[in-house]
Structure formats: structure tokens, C-alpha cells
Design a protein around this ligand. Structure first.
Ligand code: ADP
Ligand code: ZN
Ligand code: ZN
Length: 727
């Protein structure tokens, strides 16, 4: 009887041993179902300990080993182990977080019949049946239809014969009888590829020159410089080498667009997309196709970094600075950083693409650890958009809109072009107030205000989701005059509709684009020019290419200028570059209007000059002086509890457990978090800082077991985050 060591999704830093009748080293990496307590759990075999090495005690027996699929390969297990060690998360939790739903249940994934979507055609035998006299049923009419019109896909046939109750069964019977059969569709004509610009060609050559070994590239390309075209050419070459590509993008919303471009360019290559918006079945199937090597191109959001890829040849991370590559709960990993580790481990190149690389990547490029490639010019448009700073200190604003912006929108309208007004705040107004007594629409569960949503007249907390109808009168004093203060996208939308009654105003934010279908509809309306004025949040800022969009107005950006978080400026600059980059991407010149009270602020000056490098280097100098990342490494211990005192007490005891403190790691005081209360839990945190990543890692590894051993109230939750993006 063999012993297997299984990583299980339980919040304990250990794996569990089981007996398995016939286990062999070939089972390493296989999913198993095992008894656990009174129930059952699913995990992955990560080791085959020898007799005597097994955990002591009576071992129970594995219930089932999923042998119908190839095991997760050794490099996949290495990646999971690394993520577990680096992000201080139990291996079983990393494994569970990175497996698709079916494998997490150790269930078999029913693969789709690849011929299911192919057109159905009449066979010789079908023709003979049709020629012979026979009963005039639906089957016969289907045969006749195929004889008259040529091959049809199953869905079209079903629709055509929807009047007959048993058309679906008739098609199945005809297939079984061999009267009809699926035929492979004609391969699509290879699409035209635009000739590369010199800078693009140089980028492709440099990266392709590194195939077969590890190298990390920062592809710094201004918005519209044709980074995607570079990726597509690289994919071409990787496919020719018989290898797989992993392409990571920040947002689910961007996958269909890229999927379309990839499918169009490589009509015959099996493409798989993986993101959390998919059905369980689709995600599981995609994962298995990658695992078996059937997929050539894997395209996905952060979770796709864990896709097994036996023939991996290249990893691309697009918009690598994007915060959504960082998982914000559970195992708090950075998919970008894991992608680089994985490329190194597998000996393949990795490309980090961005118009505004993260300062971490930029610094690595400055030091020569990563190789920097520049795409300094736009591919299609003649120039970068003109950036104008509108000084709002001396202007009277109309609901937050400056005369210059209103005039600009009007001019675009007259020319039949599109404008985008960017405000990164949903709702009508961030707070509702009573003018008589000063009551504000505070959230009862959080230390934050509920946002006034005019569309459905509700007050909604953007932190915990709690909501209520707008009260008829002030809950405190009964006054009926409740006023919205400040503004969100709904308010701008309402005002723009009043100002431009003939214009079609389209608001695009998470409320308006609640579902992927709604979001797709909105994108289509914009592309078809069924909207003149767009009002949107950062949803619209990323990656989109709208040919007739020539004006971007930025409202309310100053709020992030003096934020407490040392990364706020970096994020703001990236966001403004990105949203500004939506304008004038094709043949029409673009303009960006930034409304600000601080037109001389260096951030806006760099933005106006399209000077990312200047901005980044100035930021790096500040970070170096302050000893912030990337010149230091951070980790945070956070605790949440019903009482703030409980959370702070836990953090203080945690800090003393680390005594004696090594002098290489600084422990800051435990403090309440900026949003101190969320969903009725008080939150506090303890920041650890070190100039040496290695020293910090060593400390964490020794400290974590002590944290698990600390006594804490039952309703206290704690976690450690390594390389946090928000302090
Ligand atoms: P980025 O991702 O860098 O913002 P895209 O890859 O979306 O830019 O390219 C911007 C536009 O330029 C797209 O419409 C794309 O089709 C076009 N484009 C890219 N490279 C070329 C090229 N070499 N010749 C002509 N058009 C190009
Ligand atoms: Zn009142
Ligand atoms: Zn709340």
C-alpha cells in the first residue's frame, strides 16, 4: 500500500497523508478525493512520501484518483509551491485557487465534440435514401433541405424546422444512420497583416531572438503604438515553433476583443480563453485543453497564469501595470510577478507590455534586469493627442463641467465625432445631505457614506453593497430638503443630456454595464456611432479603439493628487495616459482636456508632454529617498474583528511573537485601516518593510507558524499580504 501526500484546501500550512492502493510516481499531480473529518475533500497529490516519512497516526484511504486526465505537470507543481511559499498561503489553498471548478471537485470534464459546430452535409447514403420512395416525415424534409441548399450547421437546421417537435431527434437519427455527416468548414483565408513599423519590427526581432531561453522584456509603447500587432507577430512565430503562448490581460471585458483579433489572425489555431466570468464547464474545458496540449493559445485574466502548458514558448502580460493582476482576497498573488517567475522557471521569454509600466518593472528595466523596448510612435494616427490643462481655479463650473469642456463637446457634436467625459466615480453623488441638520447618508456597516443613485433612487454603499431607498425626509430632523453633494457619472450624464438635448449620451460604468451582454451591447453602440457623448469610469479607459472618439475630458482627477497612498500618483498618471489615449487613435486628431486646480503640478506637466519616462524617473527618485518600493519590500498583516481593540490587540501580539526583531525588517505600529470599518468589521493592519526581499521572506516564513498558533477570538480574521498594492 503506497502513501500519498495531498494538498487540500484548508487554512493550515501543511499537506495530508493518505493510503492509496495502487499509487505510483505517475500519480504525482493527479486530483484525488479523500475523506476529511466527517466529510470529503478534493486535492492534488504533491508527494509520495516513503514509509517512515509519513505523518504519524492511522492513515485513511484515498477515495478516488482522477486518472482519466494527464496529471498536473511538475512545473505546475513548482509554480504552486513557489506561490505558496512566496505569498505565505497554504499549498492546498493555492492549488484550489488555481484549479478550474471541475478539477477542484476531481470530476471529469466532458469535452465538447469538436465537430459539434461543423456544417452537416448529405452523404451518399443520404442521397440514396432521398432518391428512394419513403415516408414524408421531418427527416426527409431535412435531407431535401440539405440537397437543395448544401451543408447547414445543426443550429440553423433546428431553427428552420423548429415547427416540427422532433427535428432535433431526427437530426441525431440521420447522423447515427450515416445519412448526413459533419464536414470541416473551409479554412478561413489567412488575413492581411499590416507591414510592421520599424520600431515594431525591431521589437519582434529582439523578443523572438530570445526564444528558447528566459528573458524579461518591458515593451513600453505609447497608446495606439501597435503593441497588439507585436504580440500577434510573436504568436505567429511561437506557433511555427510548435509551442504554446500564454497571453494575460487585465480585464474580462477586454478578452472578447482580443479573442476576436487572435481568432481572426489565427483561424486554425486552437484558442482557449480563461476568466472568472465563464461558466464552470467552459473554464474547466479550457484548462484541460491546455493541460493536454490541445490548445495553442491561452488568453485570460490573472487566474490564467496557473494554466498548465506543456509546450509553453512565450508569456505576454498586457497592461502589466494594471492592479487587477493582483488577486485581492484568498491567495493574494500577483499574476504579473508569477508570470515572470514562471517564464524564468520554464526558460522562456516574457513580455510585459504597457504605455505606463509599473515603477517596479520600469526600475528593473533601468537596472538592466529587464530589457526595455520602446514603441515611441502611434501606428495609425499621425500624432499623440494634444493635452490641455483647464485651470478650474478661475472658472465657474457647471455641475463640474468647465466652459472649455462643454465647448469642446459641442464642437465634436457639430463635426459628428465622439467625446468621452471621464469621471472615476459611479452613482449620481457620493453623498446625500440634509441642509437643515447636517445628516449625511452614512453606511451603518462601514466607515463610509452611501452613494446616491438617481436612476433607481437608492442609497448604495460601494464597500459592502448595503442599500436602501432614498428616504422621503431626513431621518434625523424630518426636513424634506435632502441635497446630493459632489458628483458621479449619473449626474454628469443628466447635465450633458440637458446641455445637448439632440445628442445621444451614453453612460458606461459598472452600473450601466452590469452584465457582459450589456457591456458588449454598449461597446457595439459606441463602435456603430450610435452614441455621441460617452460618460464613463475607468471601464472605458482600457484598451479600446474607437475610431471617431476625438475628445476626452477628465473631471475630478485632482482628488487622487494628494492621496495618502504613495502609489496614488502612479495610478493616476497611468489612468490619465490610458483614458487620454482613447482619443484620436485613427485618422482624426485627438484632444484631451484635464480640468484641474493645479495645472502646474509636475504630474500634469509630464502628462501634457507625454513624458512617461520623466514622470517615472521623478517618482523613482522620490521613492528611493523615502525608502518605498521598489526600493523596499512590503508585507502587511491585516486583522478584522467586531471590535477595533480586538484587531489591534491581535496585531500587537503578533508583532511581539516575532521577537527578537531582526534589524533587517521594520515593524510599523498596528493602526486602523483607512476604511476602518467594512461590513460591520473593524479593520487594522501592521506594515512590515525591509530593504531586502530575502530578509522579509525569511522573517515571514518563520513568523507564520507563530501566527497560526496565536489565540484569537473566533470572529477575528487575519491574513498576510506580500507586495500589497494598497497600504
Ligand atoms: P496599443 O495596444 O499599443 O494601444 P494597438 O495594437 O491597438 O495599440 O494598435 C493601434 C491601432 O493601430 C490598431 O487599430 C491597429 O490595428 C493599428 N496598427 C498597429 N500596427 C500597425 C501597422 N504596422 N500598420 C498599420 N496599422 C497598425
Ligand atoms: Zn436633517
Ligand atoms: Zn457599507
Amino acid at each position: 500500500m503506497a502513501i500519498v501526500r495531498v494538498a487540500l484546501p484548508v487554512p493550515l500550512p501543511r499537506a495530508f497523508d493518505y493510503l492509496a492502493q495502487d499509487a505510483s510516481p505517475a500519480d504525482l499531480g493527479r486530483c484525488v478525493r479523500v475523506p476529511f473529518g466527517n466529510g470529503e475533500k478534493t486535492g492534488v497529490i504533491v508527494e509520495l512520501p516513503h514509509d517512515g516519512q509519513a505523518h504519524p497516526g492511522a492513515l485513511r484511504e484515498v477515495r478516488a484518483v482522477l486518472r482519466e486526465l494527464p496529471p498536473l505537470p511538475p512545473d505546475w507543481l513548482r509554480l504552486a509551491r513557489f506561490a505558496s511559499a512566496y505569498y505565505q498561503a497554504p499549498l492546498g489553498e493555492v492549488v484550489a485557487a488555481s484549479l478550474p471548478p471541475a478539477l477542484r471537485r476531481a470530476a471529469l470534464v466532458p469535452l465538447r465534440d469538436p465537430t459539434a459546430g461543423w456544417p452537416l452535409a448529405l452523404t451518399e447514403s443520404g442521397r440514396a435514401t432521398l432518391a428512394a420512395p419513403g415516408r414524408a416525415g421531418v427527416a426527409r424534409r431535412i435531407l431535401q433541405c440539405l440537397a437543395d441548399n448544401g451543408p447547414r450547421i445543426r443550429a440553423a437546421l433546428r431553427e428552420q424546422f423548429a415547427g416540427s417537435a422532433n427535428a432535433g431527434r431526427a437530426i441525431g437519427d440521420l447522423l447515427a444512420a450515416g445519412a448526413i455527416c459533419p464536414v470541416a468548414p473551409a479554412p478561413a483565408a489567412p488575413p492581411d497583416r499590416p507591414p510592421l513599423l520599424a520600431a515594431q519590427a525591431a521589437a519582434v526581432e529582439a523578443i523572438a531572438g530570445a526564444f528558447g531561453s528566459f528573458a524579461a522584456f518591458v515593451l513600453h509603447g505609447v497608446t495606439g503604438s501597435g503593441k497588439t500587432e507585436v504580440y500577434l507577430r510573436l504568436i505567429d512565430q511561437v506557433l511555427a515553433r510548435g509551442e504554446q503562448i500564454l497571453l494575460l490581460v487585465p480585464e474580462i471585458g477586454l478578452t472578447p476583443q482580443l479573442e476576436g483579433r487572435v481568432a481572426q489572425r489565427f483561424p486554425d489555431a486552437p484558442v482557449v480563453s480563461l476568466h472568472s466570468g465563464q461558466s464552470d464547464g467552459a473554464r474547466s474545458r479550457g484548462f484541460v485543453q491546455a493541460l493536454t496540449g490541445a490548445a495553442d493559445i491561452v488568453l485570460g485574466t490573472r487566474l490564467a497564469v496557473f494554466t498548465p502548458l506543456p509546450r509553453l514558448g512565450l508569456i505576454v502580460v498586457d497592461e502589466e501595470q494594471d492592479a487587477s493582476f493582483k488577486q485581492q482576497d484568498g491567495v493574494r498573488y500577483s499574476a504579473r510577478d508569477l508570470a515572470v517567475w514562471r517564464a524564468h522557471d520554464r526558460g522562456v521569454p516574457v513580455v510585459l507590455g504597457s504605455a505606463t509600466p509599473s515603477l517596479e518593472s520600469w526600475q528593473a528595466a533601468q537596472r538592466g534586469r529587464y530589457r526595455l523596448i520602446d514603441l515611441p510612435q502611434r501606428a495609425l494616427a499621425a500624432a499623440m493627442p494634444t493635452v490641455r490643462l483647464v485651470d478650474t481655479r478661475s472658472t465657474k463650473l457647471d455641475n463640474g463641467l468647465s466652459p472649455a469642456l462643454i465647448e469642446g463637446v459641442g464642437a465634436r457634436l457639430a463635426r459628428g465625432e465622439q467625446s468621452l467625459v471621464f469621471l472615476n466615480r459611479r452613482g449620481y453623488a457620493p453623498v446625500l445631505c440634509c441642509v437643515a441638520c447636517g445628516w449625511v447618508s452614512a453606511c451603518t456597516a462601514c466607515s463610509a457614506n452611501r452613494v446616491y443613485h438617481a436612476a433607481d433612487r437608492r442609497l448604495r454603499c460601494h464597500h459592502c453593497g448595503a442599500e436602501a431607498a432614498v428616504p422621503q425626509h431626513c431621518p434625523t430632523c424630518g426636513n424634506q430638503d435632502l441635497q446630493p453633494f459632489g458628483r458621479g457619472t449619473q449626474r454628469l450624464e443628466a447635465r450633458l443630456e440637458e446641455l445637448f438635448p439632440a445628442a445621444r449620451v451614453l453612460r458606461v460604468d459598472r452600473d450601466a454595464a452590469r452584465t457582459p451582454a450589456l457591456w458588449a451591447q454598449m461597446l457595439e453602440r459606441i463602435h456603430n456611432h450610435e452614441a455621441d457623448i460617452l460618460v464613463g469610469t475607468q471601464m472605458l479607459a482600457k484598451g479600446h479603439d474607437f475610431a471617431r472618439l476625438t475628445l476626452v475630458g477628465v473631471v475630478g482627477a485632482d482628488a487622487s493628487l494628494f492621496a495618502a497612498d504613495f502609489r496614488a500618483a502612479e495610478r493616476l498618471f497611468a489612468q490619465l495616459m490610458q483614458v487620454g489615449g482613447r482619443s484620436g487613435r485613427a485618422d482624426l486628431p485627438g484632444e484631451v482636456l484635464v480640468q484641474t486646480d493645479y495645472p502646474h503640478h509636475p504630474l500634469y506637466q509630464s502628462l501634457q508632454a507625454h513624458d512617461y519616462a520623466g514622470f517615472a524617473n521623478a517618482q523613482l527618485a522620490e521613492r528611493r529617498a523615502a525608502g518605498f518600493p521598489p526600493f523596499a519590500a512590503h508585507a502587511i498583516l491585516r486583522a478584522e474583528a467586531p471590535q477595533l481593540a480586538q484587531a489591534l490587540d491581535f496585531l500587537r501580539r503578533a508583532a511581539s511573537a516575532a521577537q527578537p526583531l531582526p534589524d533587517t525588517v521594520v515593524f510599523y505600529d498596528a493602526v486602523p485601516m483607512r476604511l476602518a470599518r467594512r461590513a460591520n468589521l473593524e479593520r487594522a493592519q501592521l506594515l512590515l518593510e525591509s530593504s531586502s526581499r530575502r530578509a522579509l521572506q525569511a522573517l515571514l516564513a518563520a513568523w507564520l507558524p507563530q501566527l497560526y498558533a496565536l489565540k484569537a477570538p473566533r470572529d477575528l480574521y487575519w491574513h498576510v499580504e506580500v507586495d500589497p498594492l494598497e497600504l
